[in-house]
Design a binder for this molecule. Structure first.
Ligand SMILES: Nc1nc2c(c(=O)[nH]1)N[C@H]1C(S)=C(S)[C@@H](COP(=O)(O)O)O[C@H]1N2
Ligand SMILES: [Mo]
Length: 236
């Protein structure tokens, strides 16, 4: 009786080892197995949020699916050489940088993540901005736009991220590129970026900015334009 039990245990153990090996995937055929990307959750002693900590996607038209083969990032407007870059040209031809930055949405949630990408200033410099340039207008696949002062972009090592926590941006998180607009409210963190337009139009207002949100969007200030409350939204 006892011996029979031990025999069955050994058979189960062997069966588990065999199916376990097969289940791990691929090695037996000589093909490398595919591993899930592993998210980084701690960086230089700092705990990070998870990619799954975003409450929900609240973008204006929902997640955009971009076909990376036909994708081009345009650098347009007041530049000596209007430029179009493929995904690989951006990710492979420019130095990449990492930094931990927190995204704060006006809805009250935030996520602290390790971002990896290229400097927007490197992309802009390559296209040769004209001296009249004051504003950088970002356009996205869903028609969303936002803008930031050229000085802010050039002086703060602002990234166009292609990875978060070591993982390529998922489609709902902005693949191929999201702007890491650090120290600015979440609505400046444009996802699915398709075009970087250099402009001298200091009156330009992006999607949420033209609907009453602060154009400077500094985290240490409120996010509503005061005069909008006084005259616009609620009348005189
Ligand atoms: N293209 C595009 N980018 C966008 C938005 C959008 O609607 N469209 N929403 C912004 C807002 S309001 C926030 S808070 C951040 C992060 O939002 P998420 O949770 O939808 O990723 O993305 C920003 N980038
Ligand atoms: Mo937001």
């Amino acid at each position: 009786m006892k011996r029979g039990f031990i025999n069955i245990s050994i058979i189960v153990l062997i069966a588990t080892l065999i199916t376990g090996t097969l289940g791990a995937g691929g090695c037996r055929t000589g093909e490398p197995g595919t591993l899930e990307p592993v998210e980084i959750r701690e960086y230089q002693g700092e705990d990070l949020s998870s990619i799954n900590d975003f409450l929900r996607d609240n973008s204006i038209k929902g997640p955009q699916l971009i076909d990376i083969e036909s994708y081009a990032l345009k650098i347009s407007g007041l530049v000596a050489e209007p430029t179009e870059l493929s995904y690989q040209e951006v990710t492979e031809n420019y130095p990449s940088y990492r930094k931990v930055v927190t995204l704060n949405c006006v809805e009250g949630w935030s996520v602290k993540l390790l971002w990896e990408g290229v400097l927007v200033s490197d992309l802009i410099s390559q296209a040769g901005p004209s001296p009249e340039t004051k504003i950088v207008i970002f356009h996205a696949q869903d028609g969303y736009t936002t803008s930031l002062p050229l000085d802010y972009i050039m002086n703060n090592s602002i990234l166009m991220a292609y990875k978060m926590n070591g993982v390529t941006l998922p489609p709902e998180r902005g693949f191929p590129f999201e702007l890491v607009a650090e120290s600015k409210w979440g609505y400046k963190w444009i996802k699915w970026v398709t075009e970087i337009e250099l402009s001298d139009d200091t009156d330009y207002r992006g999607f949420w900015e033209s609907r009453g949100y602060s154009n400077s969007a500094d985290l240490d200030e409120g996010f509503f334009e005061e005069d909008f409350f006084d005259g616009g939204l609620f009348g005189e």
